[in-house]
Every structure is written in structure tokens, then in C-alpha cells.
Design a protein around this ligand. Sequence first.
Ligand code: DP6
Length: 369
Amino acid sequence: MIDYTNPNLIIETAKIEPGKIAWRSPSNIALIKYWGKHGRQLPSNPSISFTLDHAFTETTLEYAPKTGVDQGIDLQFFFHKEEQPAFKAKIQKFLESIHDIFPFLRQLHLTIRSGNSFPHSAGIASSASSMSALALCLCSLEHELFGTLESDQDFHNKASYIARLGSGSACRSIYSHLAVWGKTSIAPNSSDEYAVEYSDVNDIYKSFQDSILIVSAKEKSVSSRAGHALMENNVFAKPRFEQARMRLNRLSESLKSGDLEAFGTIVEDEALTLHALMMASTPSYLLMEPNSLNIINEVRAFRKETNLPLYFTLDAGPNIHLLYPGYIRDKVLKFQEEVLLPYCEDNMWIDDHVGIGPIELDSDSEVAQ
Ligand code: DP6
């Protein structure tokens, strides 16, 4: 196990100059799903995802010498320019939980401002983008104050590790195109503790589009956290974790060869398995909506009729991600407009695609509004 605990990361108080760090970090969509965890946010099976581009969080971290005598984390937090006590409490608790990794945080007055590119009401998960953006800010701050994390690899591994502690799937958002989290033979440098970039892929996947169809923007009735916990007593848990490993191995072959049909079959099976696991939990629950099923049926009918490589996946919610290579974009957008958007809430969708990963922003930039 990696031990990032470091009591030496303490600043000589006289030397603290105020400063500011800013990162933009995208969301990601899992192809093989992380569903079930143990210990301190360790996954029960390896997962792989496409890093997205347009669905992102921008976060700035301002720091200055602390004036009060309080021994804890001294934090102000703004989300889309407003103070959000519930979000603030979550971030404060998270920062307290990693004080042994970043002991200098308790020496500073911190102001965190965060904003998403997508409407908060869109009901799409923001923990991957927001926790990865925060983790990147924290690692940049460590580097700025102590000159540590010099190599890209050290920086990315630690940022991914910290993001994981905030929200498991967030650890995959640190990398461009595709990322693997969890020990697996398809990536020799993989780890349960952080994600790594996965580059043994045909170029066709780098052009992949993701139309996120918003079937419902309502808050989920069962959170991912609660869903993971329900896997502990799910009778299918053991074979499921085994199945995920086998599917990942098979998926890696189609990623390498560019076999889109094999890719699509595995990805759709994974999405339906995720929701089947929810239905088979005790208590059972459903996050799909009738219109999620309508869209799935329409996508399958479209594929049969046109032979075009259009596939779907879902996160832990009712919304549908349409995955397809860039060269069929015009045809998919026409089909989407005519047939699928009527199934969406207010015809809402997000036009996204596979992206290059997080970017550090100028420290004077304003975060997304
Ligand atoms: C269905 O990463 O949101 O999106 O670790 O409790 O924060 P926590 O859970 P989270 O779970 C995501 C589950 C998923 C599948 C995936 O992204 O792999």
C-alpha cells in the first residue's frame, strides 16, 4: 500500500505568501463499471472509462496565512458564486480526512470556488469532475509550497489517489482519453489505489462522441454511496466482480483491434448489469425510467436497421450516454433529434466527446458560471 502520510509537509509560517491555483477537470463515463468497494475507497473490481471533455468542473483554490487559532481546516466555499453549506461541509470533512497527507492545509486560510460547465439540475454526476479538480489543486499547492511531485507520473498518481479518496470514479478523470482503475493484467502499472492512463487503443476510440441524453434531471433516489454499500450483501456480488474482470479483458482486445461490435456488446451488457445489480439488491431499487428503456429500444432498432455502430451506456441514474465514432455523428444527431430527444426532459442533452483530460488554468481565470 502507498503511504502518502507526510508530517514534513509543514510550512514555516513566516514564509507563507498568499496564492491561487486553478484547474479544469472533466467527468468520465465508465465502460466497465466500478460498483462495490471495500476498505478506504478500494474497488471490488477494476474499471475503465472514457475521459470526457465538455462536462467539466473548474475549481480555484486560494490560500493565505491563517489568522484564527482554530486547529482545523479554515475554509470558505462557493459553488457558482454562492455559499453552499451542504457542499462546504462535505469538502471540509474530506479535507480533514486527508490532513495527514497534506498537514499544511491546517496552517492556511482556504477559499475554494467551484463551478460546473453543465447545469447542476441536469442530474448528471459531478463528483468525478469536482473531486478530480480539487485533488489536482491540492497536489499543485503541495508542489508550489514544497517543490515535490516534480515528475508528471508522481503528480498524476498522487492526484488520482487523492481524487479516489473523494469519490472513487474521480480517480479516472485525471488522464486523457481512457483510464483504468484497479489492479488488472491488461495494464501492468495498474493499481487499486489510483488510476492510470490506458493507451493500448485503436485511434477510432479517440474520436468517440458521447451524447448524454437527460431522461430525468431529478436527484437520484438512491445515491452511489448507498448503492455501493448494498453490493456488500448482494448475492450476485462475487460472480459480478469476476464477470467485470473477464469483460475488461475482452474489452481490452476490442479496444486494441477497433472491433466496434465487440466493444458495443460488452459496454451495453455492462450498463444493463449495473442496473440489474440494483434491482437485485436488498432492498431492491430502480434508477432507470420508462424513457430510459424507450431510448435503449430505439437505439437497438436503429442499429439493426442501419448497421451503424451506435451504442448506449448508463451511469447510476436514468440518463443515457450514446457512444459512437465521430464519422457517424451527422446521422446520429439526426436520429437523436427526431426520435430520442422527445424522451428527454425538456429535450435536454449534453454534446460531449472523448477528451484530453484536465488542464491547469491561469490563476486569474474566473471559474465556470
Ligand atoms: C455507476 O464514484 O460516484 O458511475 O466512490 O461512493 O463516490 P463513490 O462512488 P462513485 O460511483 C460511480 C459508479 C458508477 C460507475 C463508474 O463510474 O465506474
